[in-house]
Write a protein that binds this ligand. Structure first.
Ligand code: PLP
Length: 451
């Protein structure tokens, strides 16, 4: 017996009758509920993430907390807009307002850095670097960059990354005696390998980078010079770190680290390269830009132009110095002996603890860090002999030097008692209480679900 089926009035079948389809999809049957009314699974995870952020001490050097203003922009309706192309030259209609947003972001970034040309469309720092390679290199070309295990970044030629697969990457590192960049070796390698592109910049380097020496080496071998300031973007904008502009042909950055904006990339270059760079981003590498994120970048650049932001970066650096001094006083070896910027590397050799074990135990105590190779590390990257500590996030929560020293002492207590869960739980109690005294500014003003 064949089954009698009810005729469908909603769903795909209604597609045969346009009137039925339109009736089935009316705002009355499809109201616009809030996220917490429709998707508890996502809300629960977001809520848990908000709580994790509020209740832990964040020392990952590449993270930060954005302002409510940046959150508002990123959560705006600009997310709905396709805007392939650039302001005034789009492939879609209805771009007049997002044009203004993107132009604001460009103009503010230009002012912030004194850049000749700016592209704000790359989705992340990795894409910013990729755009430069796509614009200027051919597969097989030689690039010269800092090696990953001495503090460089994956996108600077690591063999498993596209940059190491498509280009011939030659690396320089730090000196064994000072753990500072070996500029002589960098120059020697430039002369020997005649790279097409010389790259300065790092993910785990605590000292001032001498961009002049890179520019000299690049010029002397006829190479292009790119500075990747992803980590120090904030400090460069406030002159707490010397700027690679106008020495560099290209400067790439992330907007979400010290710059305290939404996740994203930023490219600055000399006017001569503007067309090539823009074409490499779109249509070379990406389609539609993330206009809501670009709105967030515009807001963050605006914030970074204020005197308050300059003070913030000063405090970030002061806090990193205070904390690294305290760690040294507690008996730890600090790579290079200290820091000039927002981060430092702790060699855990003195405790005979791996970075991986340290990071796990600290997480149980409410302190988030990342394991990190130290220069000439004998342990593999999955274990490491060090941890990387950074102060941008906790400085946003208004911590000062005294509080940073206190955190250093908690870290020491955990690392000295790795097998003692009672001690770790005790520290956890104290860090929880501490986090409540220093709320995340944006979350503080948010609604129930932090969204
Ligand atoms: C020096 C450097 N360049 C590029 C990047 C890549 O940024 P993203 O993670 O946004 O792709 C990073 C990220 O940590 C970095 O440290």
């Amino acid at each position: 017996m064949s089954e009698q089926r009810e005729p469908f009035v909603r769903g795909a079948e209604t597609g045969t009758d346009p009137a039925l389809a339109a009736a089935a999809y009316s705002p009355r049957v499809c109201p616009d509920p809030r996220l917490d009314e429709v998707d508890l699974a996502v809300v629960e995870a977001l809520e848990a993430e908000r709580k994790r952020q509020e209740e832990s001490i964040e020392l990952i050097a590449s993270e930060n907390y954005v302002s409510q203003a940046v959150l508002d922009a990123v959560g705006s309706m600009a997310t709905n807009k396709y805007a392939e192309g650039y302001p005034g030259k789009r492939y879609y209609g209805g771009c007049e307002h997002v044009d203004k947003i993107e132009q604001l972001a460009i103009d503010r970034a230009k002012k912030l850095y004194g850049a000749e040309h700016v592209n704000v469309q790359t989705h992340a720092g990795s894409q910013a670097n990729m755009a430069i390679y796509l614009a200027m290199l051919k597969p097989g070309d030689t690039i010269l960059a800092m090696s990953l295990d001495h503090g460089g970044h994956l996108t600077h030629g690591f063999r498993l990354n596209y940059s190491g697969r498509f280009f011939n990457a030659v690396t320089y590192g730090v000196r064994a005696d000072t753990e500072r960049i070996d500029y002589d070796d960098m120059r020697k390698k430039a002369l020997e390998h005649r790279p097409r592109l010389v790259i300065a910049g790092a993910s785990a380097y605590p000292r001032i980078i001498d961009f002049d020496l890179f520019a000299d080496a690049a010029r002397d071998v006829g190479a292009l010079f790119m500075a990747d300031i992803a980590h120090i973007a904030g400090a460069v904008s406030t002159w707490h770190h010397p700027s690679p502009l106008p020495l560099a042909d290209f400067v790439t950055a992330t907007t979400h680290k010290t710059l305290r904006g939404p996740r994203g990339g930023l490219i600055m270059c000399k006017s001569a390269w503007a067309k090539k760079v823009d074409a490499a981003v779109f249509p070379g590498m990406q389609g539609g830009p993330l206009m809501h994120v670009i709105a967030g970048k515009a807001v963050a650049f605006g914030e970074a132009l204020t005197p308050a932001y300059r003070d913030y970066i000063g405090a970030v650096h002061g806090n990193a110095r205070a904390m690294s001094d305290e760690m040294r006083r507690l008996g730890y070896r600090i790579v290079t002996g200290g820091t000039d910027n927002h981060l430092f590397l702790v060699d855990l050799g003195v405790k005979n603890v791996t970075g991986a074990a340290a990071a796990k135990a600290l997480e149980r105590a409410g302190i988030t860090v990342n394991k990190n190779l130290i220069p000439f590390d004998k342990r593999p990257p999955i274990e490491t002999s060090g941890i990387r500590l950074g102060t941008p996030a906790m400085t946003t929560r208004c911590l000062g030097a005294d509080e940073m020293r206190r955190i250093a002492r908690w870290i020491d207590r955990v690392l000295s008692n790795l097998d003692d869960e009672k001690v770790i739980a005790g520290v956890r109690g104290e860090t929880l209480e501490f986090c409540r005294q220093f709320p995340i500014p944006a979350v503080h003003r948010l609604g129930r679900f932090g969204i």
